[in-house]
Ligand binder design. Sequence first.
Ligand SMILES: Cc1ncc(C[n+]2csc(CCOP(=O)(O)OP(=O)(O)O)c2C)c(N)n1
Ligand SMILES: [Mg+2]
Length: 370
Amino acid sequence: MTETLKMIEADGSAPSFNGALDDKALVYCYRTMLMVRAFDDICMKLQRSGRIGFSIPNKGVEATQVGAASALRSTDFFFPSYRDFGMALHHGAEPVEMMHNMFGNASDSARGRQMPVHFSFTKPLRFFSISSPIGTHLPQAVGAAFASQAQGKDDVSLASFGDGGTSSTGFHSALNMAGVWKAPVIFLCQNNGWAISLPSSGQTASDGYAIKAKAYGMPGVTVDGNDLLAVNRAVSEAAERARAGEGPTLIEAFTYRMGGHSTSDDPTKYVPAEELEKWAKKDPVLRMQRFLAQRGLWDEALEETLQAECAAEVAAAAKEAQATPGPTLETIFSDVYETLPNHLRRQGEQAFDLAARKGDADAGGGAFPL
Ligand SMILES: Cc1ncc(C[n+]2csc(CCOP(=O)(O)OP(=O)(O)O)c2C)c(N)n1
Ligand SMILES: [Mg+2]
């Protein structure tokens, strides 16, 4: 096992930074992290006021998400976890598209058939649908990587998942096949300390997660997941290996979930307060901010501008998504069959008839902003 890769020191200096990201790209990464925070903030308000059913907080893991995204091309394949808002935003997914999904409205690419947070942006991005069942997207990522390899293309596939995801069958079969095929895939394990209320100590008897790579014949590396530059470098190196035909890499990023598992969770019931305090001092956004300040790329005025821009953009997205009507009942049958089977047609007619006679359930009142 290699030493854990870290680049940004506590004072913001990064002596080993080699300019892999230029000044514009560095500030853009920082802006994406702030956009994720703005998104979290508004989604929490929308959920608490009953306007959306659910959301997933990203606070604490932004450097892992954005650091990884910034190391890959928009044409690479992304098989994300549900806590990866920053990956989509970084590659140009619009906040309003994400909000349409949060509301499950008629403009949602899944037409309201998915849970909130289950985005997919497959045109022009290759950001595949978030899967609710843990670990099912890992073999899919290997399949996409295998296809790109078979076609002689140099696209790589990123599978992002949590510490809990390593206990899934998908993890084992994906790593096994990727190792055998030398598929161009990067397995990014975001070890954020918890799988809902289960700490890592209850997840595995191994000495961490990266070590599991050895069993599948691939390198396992560890990286400070709150350090955007380090994650960028680890993922860049893994992508380089993959594009050169050298096969998969398992990266374990040490980070921390600074909020609840989801808006349905109360982490104060099980997360020790001291643990949260300790990690709050390692906040990835502040870490990046200090690095940018050291390079003369950040000041208070920039912070105010970026925060105001992000908050306004996400608020406008929420407003537009809330004002967009829900999918019509008939769309439950769209995009599924070319010719609807008779038994479904009959069920549909009964449902449409019932809705016509009794109407829809009432929507919640009120308008954004809250
Ligand atoms: C197959 C399966 N088992 C259980 C669940 C319930 N579940 C949802 S999220 C989660 C925890 C996953 O933790 P981790 O992989 O560490 O990701 P994190 O939420 O920490 O980002 C569990 C057990 C599920 N969605 N799918
Ligand atoms: Mg976790």
